[in-house]
Design a protein around this ligand. Structure first.
Ligand code: CA
Length: 494
């Protein structure tokens, strides 16, 4: 009996060890995911991307420990549609969220839902922005969520805590960071987690904290080379946007409460002076809010590292799209121009990503869902339209990696509806309502100031790009009526 008991005890012990190994193995296969996303952060506002106007030490440190993507683009450069594309892995014509202020169909497949089903603890804190009223259209796929209503407030914001509206004292970026840390502290350590920390900053109206108030005192922000762009070769559709507060710095000045009467020379009517002063105030306030997001990245990664989670946690810092920081005389995003579509994208995951690396592979916001499912070892639904970035992160770009992308902006508020195609070298844009085209040769004209669409030497390039756009429209099953009209008669494709 005694021998049998020892034998039985051994069997139990072996089983326990084996269960222990299994759970360790599955934990190793299913890394934790911390996805920090800000709102409207241009790559020109991170020192690791070469900013000449600010520094972001914590974001830079994360990039030095992992990889930075230089060509990561939003397929529709505006808040809600980019967020919908990120969680569904699909374009707006497939996930239904083509414009801001629509109601996101929360019954569809998203990567947080699939991770939740696979045993992840899932949490979302901060800005959601996928409905008119977040209380009536709550996020799905999260065990815990605490979100700002709509755009939310920078100071003393209200938030929906699992549907219950609560008031908070303090600054939004700090509050959202603390909520993220709180989730990490209270989570079940035996399960992998997905934590999405979505900041309001640096979205307008650029409210900052006392800590960052004096950081630009006595300093002048350098102006970008295209601040005084004269739009000489551009379409009428683009020039029209100069009168819209959705694009023009000075028009925003006249319409936005953020700036009214707060310029150093608030009474000036001189358009040149007004634009310069608006630029200075806008850039300084914007960068002050970026500094708070950088602090947040530092606090969250410090916590991950202090808990011994560095090796088994994928940490991503990104933004829903880019932003014009005075380039072309603009603020805001929306356009299919470089500064608006390019997202900062930094990822750290020591077991698979070599520290201090960079990739120029063309990545899209619709790739994020498939990438995270791939890392979690889950199968990727056929309906998703991106591609896993995991080989890119590992430094191995597949031979058949994409060389072009389709872009489509539907909103139309201030910036006209348009779509187009970008390759590594060229960008072709069509403004639908005015039937105008623009073509930029990014190798010769990285700042996109010279539209060469009508130049004879580019006629074969135009034909090739139209043909490529037609191919992408078909592959992505765009099928919207205006494109259906356009595609069969695509000029120059024969
Ligand atoms: Ca945004």
């Amino acid at each position: 009996m005694k021998k049998q008991s020892v034998f039985l005890a051994l069997i139990i012990l072996l089983n326990l060890v084996s269960v222990g190994f299994t759970s360790l193995a599955s934990a190793a296969q299913q890394p934790n995911i911390l996805l920090i996303m800000s709102d409207d952060h241009s790559t020109r506002g991170l020192s690791i991307y070469g900013s000449y106007r600010n520094t972001t030490p914590n974001m830079d440190r994360l990039a030095h420990q992992g990889m930075r993507l230089t060509q990561c683009f939003a397929v529709n450069s505006i808040c809600g549609p980019s967020r919908a594309a990120i969680i569904t892995g699909k374009y707006g014509h497939k996930n239904g969220f083509r414009r801001n202020l629509l109601r996101f169909d929360g019954s569809q497949t998203t990567f947080p839902k699939l991770l939740q089903k696979a045993g992840y603890q899932t949490a979302l804190v901060g800005k959601w922005h996928l409905s008119r009223n977040d209380a009536e259209n709550p996020p799905t796929g999260f065990d815990y969520w605490n979100i700002l209503p709509g755009q939310g407030d920078y100071y003393d914001p209200d938030m929906f805590d699992m549907g219950e509206r609560k008031s908070h004292k303090g600054y939004a970026t700090t509050i959202i960071t603390e909520m993220g840390l709180e989730f990490l502290k209270k989570r079940d350590p035996d399960k992998p987690f997905l934590l999405m920390v979505h900041h309001k900053a640096p979205h307008s109206p650029w409210g900052y904290t006392a800590k960052h108030e004096s950081m630009y005192d006595g300093k002048t922000m350098p102006e970008p080379p295209t601040l005084w762009d004269d739009y000489a070769t551009r379409s009428e559709a683009t020039r029209t946007a100069q009168r819209s507060p959705m694009a023009s710095l000075t028009a925003s000045m006249q319409n936005d409460e953020w700036a009214t009467g707060r310029l150093e020379d608030g009474g000036t009517t001189d358009p040149v002076k007004l634009k310069s002063l608006t630029y200075q105030k806008f850039l300084k306030d914007y960068m002050r809010t970026v500094a708070s997001v950088d602090d947040s990245v530092g606090a969250l990664t410090d916590y991950i590292d202090s808990q011994g989670l560095k090796e088994n946690t994928i940490v991503i810092y990104t933004s829903d799209q880019g932003f014009f920081l005075g380039e072309h005389g603009w603020h805001n995003k929306r356009f299919f121009y470089e500064d608006a579509i390019r997202m900062p994208f930094i990822v750290r995951y020591p077991p698979e990503i070599k520290a201090g690396t960079m990739s120029n592979a063309m990545a899209l916001n619709i790739d994020i869902a498939e990438t995270l499912l791939d890392f979690a070892g889950l199968s990727i639904p056929n309906e998703m339209q991106g591609r896993s970035l995991r080989p890119i992160f590992q430094g191995e770009q597949p031979d058949d990696w994409r060389t072009s992308m389709f872009y489509r902006y539907y909103q139309g508020t201030g910036v006209p509806i348009h779509y187009g195609v970008r390759t590594e070298r060229y960008k072709l844009i069509r403004f639908h309502e005015t039937d105008e085209w623009e073509l930029y040769d990014l190798h010769k004209d990285a700042l996109e100031v010279n539209n060469v669409y009508s130049q004879a030497s580019y006629s074969s390039v135009v034909r090739q790009l139209k043909s490529e756009m037609k191919r992408l429209v078909k592959e992505l099953e765009v099928g919207d009526s205006d494109l259906e009209e356009f595609v069969p008669n695509l000029p120059g494709t024969d």
